[in-house]
Write a protein that binds this ligand. Structure first.
Ligand SMILES: *[C@@H]1O[C@H](CO)[C@@H](O)[C@H](O)[C@H]1NC(C)=O
Ligand SMILES: *[C@@H]1O[C@H](CO)[C@@H](O)[C@H](O)[C@H]1NC(C)=O
Ligand SMILES: *[C@@H]1O[C@H](CO)[C@@H](O)[C@H](O)[C@H]1NC(C)=O
Length: 568
């Protein structure tokens, strides 16, 4: 009896000891949160997609693989201002960062509840929609924002879902190569670079292998749409009239994938597009720039419209960023940037005619005709990234004038937000232009004749009057703040953030605004694109964060604001 009980007790003790040992062995890794608390890191279980694109034969394989540039990365000039130990207004900024994070968290929780694993949340009706193949675009796009904001348990929950996505499951017959690359591939790579979670890189590679098939064309230039059937049949070809930014800004994501996996094929793929850009830069109707639409199939650039806005934007944005990501080892990105920006300064930028003579600039659209080059003085929200690009290019290549131009363009975007009763910028708007970037006298008669009297003085129109929750203005304000240290930019950002929240908040999240020229209860659209959480709220959070959070001297951000680690 007693012996038996003792034996029972010792077995119990042994079992308890084993259980404790097992718990100790399995305990999750602990790491500090942003606010000093500790979160548990769960084990992330990778699940393969049900189809492996590396098993599909390439119909147009490359003869020899171009490799990543070899050698030690060059030390590049500092991009960020030397902030010193204490940035000004720290308590205020911290409080503002928390408010931005709460706005993000509200959308995230809503997405989790109403649209989990779908591409987008419908912010007005609380439904879901699939706009990019149904592979959880908002989730994948938000991963690194979750990490940066210190929302680690949310991050791991999302990462777990992301690495179980099956890229073979879609109702679409193809994918938008550009969007899938910048949002999904960029999102997975940025999340991996921040967290070091190996499963995220495996998932990125799997998607990279699918996207790599887009290069399987006779001349290795990508089509706008990758159609699964065409790839398998070997009939895929590049387009004859495709947006220049589509094939020409896959470079950062494929380069980072090559760097992280050591597989040069991914770099080979995009370096052929770089070589095409280099070959054609001086052959267009506006030498130095590439037309907005390009014939990638026949490798010709006959179109006559040139812009830094929609359809072309990130082609230019990626020139300095690729130079940085490659540690300065591919010099053509610098020469292409310099040539392109000389042409931009001479032909694309304009200064508006304003009664207050504000010293601000906008990129417009140039058309080349027999009579010569004519500029349409139209600004776009999409081209507001240009201020940040000039600032980064200016610092990286030691061109002080470019930093000044970047400031003037960034101030132009901020000014436009203020110019409308909602405090928001329209998608596309026309202005009365000065002949010179040095400015001009206000001409009241010209304003009466050519302007829209219902808008602020200086505007011709608000041709597309919506605000789609886009990031480009705050993106440049953030970059300029990090480059110049000008604290006023944080105030500008705070005003902008509040105006966006007032106009766009809905019961479930934030919604696109139909018409920024109408104040009061602005009419909303049931749309909250994934860039709202991937970019807009990330940039607002970062500008109120200490300057070493995603320092531009350690990270380079893709066009969807996904941070890639710079080589050291
Ligand atoms: C910070 O602290 C609060 C309160 O202790 C906690 O609820 C939260 O999860 C922590 N982490 C973050 C990122 O807010
Ligand atoms: C899914 O797999 C099938 C082969 O089993 C393939 O034909 C199809 O293109 C794949 N679709 C995607 C989206 O990967
Ligand atoms: C935007 O609102 C203005 C002012 O009410 C109106 O004149 C204009 O037609 C509206 N534009 C669109 C596209 O709804």
């Amino acid at each position: 009896m007693i012996i038996a009980r003792r034996r029972f007790r010792s077995r119990l003790l042994l079992a308890v000891a084993l259980a404790i040992a097992l718990l100790f062995y399995l305990r999750p890794t602990r790491f500090p949160d942003l606010n000093g608390t500790y979160t548990h890191k769960p084990t992330i279980l990778f699940r393969k997609s049900s189809f492996d694109w590396t098993t599909v034969e390439q119909h147009h394989p490359v003869q020899s693989v171009i490799t990543l540039p070899r050698g030690t990365p060059k030390p590049l000039p500092r991009i960020q201002h030397q902030f010193g130990q204490k940035q000004k207004n720290v308590p205020t900024s911290q409080a503002r960062a928390v408010i931005v994070r709460n706005a993000f968290l509200r959308c995230w929780n809503s997405y989790k509840e109403h649209a989990w694993l779908h591409d987008e949340l419908k912010p007005i009706t609380g439904g879901a929609k699939d706009t990019f193949g149904g592979w959880a675009a908002t989730l994948v796009d938000s991963l690194d924002t979750l990490w940066i904001m210190g929302l680690k348990s949310e991050f791991y929950e999302a990462a777990q879902a992301a690495v179980q996505l099956d890229f073979n499951h879609t109702t679409e017959s193809g994918i938008n190569v550009f969007e899938t690359t910048i949002r999904h591939l960029g999102g997975l790579l940025g999340a991996y670079d921040l967290s070091g979670e190996p499963a995220l890189l495996l998932k990125a590679r799997e998607l990279g292998d699918m996207l790599y098939m887009a290069f399987d064309t006779p001349n290795r230039m990508t089509p706008f749409w990758l159609t699964f059937e065409d790839v398998i049949a070997g009939t895929q070809m590049a387009g004859t009239h495709d947006p220049s930014a589509s094939p020409a800004s896959l470079s950062m994501e494929f380069t980072r994938l090559a760097q992280l996996t050591g597989d040069d094929r991914y770099y080979d793929a995009i370096d052929r597009v770089r070589a095409f850009l280099e070959r054609t830069q001086d052959k267009s109707l506006l030498p130095g720039m590439w037309p907005t639409m390009i014939n990638f199939r026949d490798e010709m650039v006959p179109d006559n419209s040139f812009s830094l806005g929609a359809l072309a934007d990130s082609l230019y944005e990626y020139l300095p960023k690729m130079f940085i990501l490659l540690g300065g080892l591919e010099p053509s990105y610098e020469s292409m940037y310099r040539k392109a920006m000389d042409t931009v300064v001479d032909n694309i930028l304009f200064r508006p005619m304003l009664p207050g003579k504000e010293d601000i600039l906008f990129p417009g659209t140039a058309f080349v005709r027999n009579e010569g080059v004519s500029l349409v003085p139209e600004g776009q929200h999409l081209s507001c990234f240009v201020g940040g690009m000039f600032a980064v290019g200016g610092r990286t290549f030691g061109i002080d004038e470019h930093v000044k131009i970047g400031e003037r363009i960034t101030r132009g975007c901020a000014w436009t937000y203020e110019a409308f009763p909602t405090g928001l910028m329209p998608e596309i708007f026309g202005l009365l232009e000065c002949k010179s970037l040095d400015g001009c006298e206000w001409d009241q008669d010209r304003w009466r004749e050519e302007g829209d009297q219902s808008l602020k003085e200086g505007f011709r129109n608000a041709r597309e009057p919506g605000y789609l929750l886009r990031p480009e203005a705050i993106e440049s304000i953030f970059v300029l703040y990090r480059v110049t240290g000008d604290e006023q930019l944080r105030e500008t950002a705070w005003t902008m953030f509040q105006r966006i929240m007032i106009a766009s908040e809905t019961p479930f999240g934030n919604a696109a605004i139909a018409n920024v020229t109408v104040d009061g209860t602005a009419e909303k659209e049931d749309s909250m694109e994934s860039f709202w959480m991937a970019e807009t709220l990330k940039y607002f959070y970062l500008i109120f964060s200490p300057a070493d959070v995603i320092s531009l001297d350690e990270w380079v951000l893709n066009t969807e604001a996904h941070p890639f680690r710079r080589p050291r």
